[in-house]
Design a protein around this ligand. Structure first.
Ligand code: ZN
Ligand code: MN
Length: 500
């Protein structure tokens, strides 16, 4: 008999490199990856005996701001601890980290999954130093070590086992990255190792609240890898479960992006293996609540709040809001455009205030499709945009009133970008003004119908779908400068009259 489906339980441990000027416990510049290996080092980050660590104040403020953004309880009492392990990337033989008194306690992060709001618990966030970077050149019998990375300030964020699918884990991680970028505490580039993720997964039998020993997948360095590695683990663990062979102890596995498989690396260390004890060279920290508030200061609008606001304020779609969150300059351009739309000379452009929500939605679509395409095509940074929100707002109204065919938008936007001019003149100059004269439209329809008598015959015999072909031909002849609904009316008229 086959066993019932299992529930997926996922928790993440995420490391984020802070972008402070100097390292965590010394005054070396924090520039790993930007300069030649082993040139930003000193006796402290090389772990020489007799050196003393001096905590970087900016990194402590950063983690407190991170904690506030993750809705964490910020600790009034905190300290650093030594975490021991032996590896060439760790010259002291221990990492200065935090054990039982992290700077940030429990918190939660709201995310949207399939349109549903989910709240992901944060267990804690602590501050530590990064290790050096080991490189194993292919085929070589040696390892290269770059100590520039040793001592880089690192925030470790641990989630509760609240994530229920690989897709949800990816969405959460993407949201975490947005938060770090919004706070400007990290560049959070996963491909550069500035944001790294270990994923814990276990499967649970339905109706049970027992957690089976988890598998930890180490060092996932892209959103896609996180999702793929977890998808593979679900398949692997489900098979083991059906054979009654679920792992009885915690294990650590690595993910191979080429094969899509995970392989066992070692049994997972427990806290006791690390011989944690308080760092004797750094006194504990004590903050009053007032001090914490002053250190955190005011936070910028966070992605989730911005997403909700854009949707409720402008009636744009969830998908558009999501794109704006990831393209902040376009989001500002959108909000400036809407404010221009509200101030447009309503008489000339004939807009009813009731149309404003529809105009906002039209603006969001043009910005996220055609304007974004233009920026990508010309490899333009949004800051180099030559189109003013005022001119763009006029274009939005013109499109909304169907005085310009959407197919001609790229040409108009290109001309607006190169001249910085207003759309009215550009549309006239490009000869894209709509053909509004009924006789001109009828003439174009006549020409197309006599050029395609076979299609006309088909329509008359009941194959009305062929009408689309005729409309397309007329639009092509008029270079899109007509309203397809009007053309359809004319064609219908002609066919009806002819058949009588
Ligand atoms: Zn140093
Ligand atoms: Mn860590």
């Amino acid at each position: 008999m086959s066993k019932p489906a299992l529930k997926t339980i996922i928790g993440l441990e995420v490391h984020v490199q802070l972008n402070t000027k100097s390292k965590m416990f010394c005054s070396c510049p924090n520039v790993f990856g930007d300069i030649a290996p082993n040139t930003a080092i000193c006796p402290i980050c090389l772990g020489y005996p007799g050196t003393l660590p001096l905590p970087n104040e900016a990194s402590i403020i950063s983690i407190q701001r991170v904690g506030a953004a993750l809705n964490c309880q910020l600790a009034t009492h905190s300290k650093f601890d030594r975490k021991h392990y032996f590896y060439p990337d760790l010259p002291k033989g221990y990492q200065i980290s935090q054990y039982d008194q992290p700077f940030c306690g429990p918190g939660k992060v709201p995310i949207i999954v399939d349109g549903q709001r989910r709240s992901i618990g944060i267990t804690r966030a602590h501050l530590e130093e990064d290790a050096a970077k080991n490189t194993h050149p292919a085929g070589a019998n040696y390892t290269l070590v770059d100590y520039n990375r040793a001592g880089t300030p690192l925030v470790e964020i641990v989630t509760e086992p609240d994530l229920r699918s690989p897709a949800e884990a990816k969405i959460f991680l993407q949201e975490l990255r947005r938060i770090m970028k919004t706070l400007r505490v990290s560049t959070a580039d996963m491909s550069k190792g500035q944001l790294r993720c270990d994923a814990n997964i276990s499967l649970r039998e339905p109706g049970s609240d027992q957690l089976n020993p988890k598998t930890e997948i180490k060092n996932l360095n892209s959103f896609r890898h996180v999702e793929r590695a977890l998808q593979y683990e679900i398949i692997r663990l489900t098979k083991l479960f059906q054979q009654d062979k679920l792992p009885r102890r915690e294990t650590t596995r690595g993910f191979n992006a080429d094969t899509g498989l995970t392989t066992e690396q070692r049994g997972k260390e427990g806290a006791a293996d690390y011989r944690y004890f308080p760092e004797p060279d750094i006194p504990p920290f004590v903050f009053t609540l007032e001090e914490i508030n002053a250190r955190v200061g005011s936070l910028p609008e966070l992605p989730h709040a911005q997403r909700q606001r854009l949707i409720s304020q402008y009636a744009i779609s969830e998908q558009s809001a999501r794109l704006f969150i990831d393209h902040q300059e376009l989001s500002s351009f959108f909000e400036s455009t809407v404010s221009e739309l509200q101030q447009l000379d309503n008489d000339r452009l004939n807009i009813d205030p009731k149309d404003l929500p529809f105009l906002s939605v039209t603006a969001s679509h043009i910005i996220l499709r055609q304007l974004r395409d233009l920026l990508i095509k010309h490899q333009l940074a949004p800051a180099k945009l030559n189109i003013t929100p005022a001119n763009f707002a006029e274009l939005v109204v013109i499109v909304y009133l169907k005085q310009l065919n959407q197919n001609n938008l790229p040409d108009v936007l290109t001309a607006m970008q190169s001249t910085g001019g207003d759309p009215d003149h550009i549309i006239k100059d490009l000869g894209l003004s709509p053909v509004s004269d009924q006789d001109d439209l009828i003439q174009a329809v006549d020409q197309v119908m006599s050029a395609h008598p076979d299609v006309v015959a088909k329509i008359k015999s009941g194959k009305t779908s062929a009408t689309q072909f005729l409309i397309g031909q007329v639009m092509a002849r008029l270079r899109g400068r007509a309203n397809p609904e009007k053309i359809l009316d004319i064609i219908k008229n002609k066919i009806d009259n002819n058949s009588k």
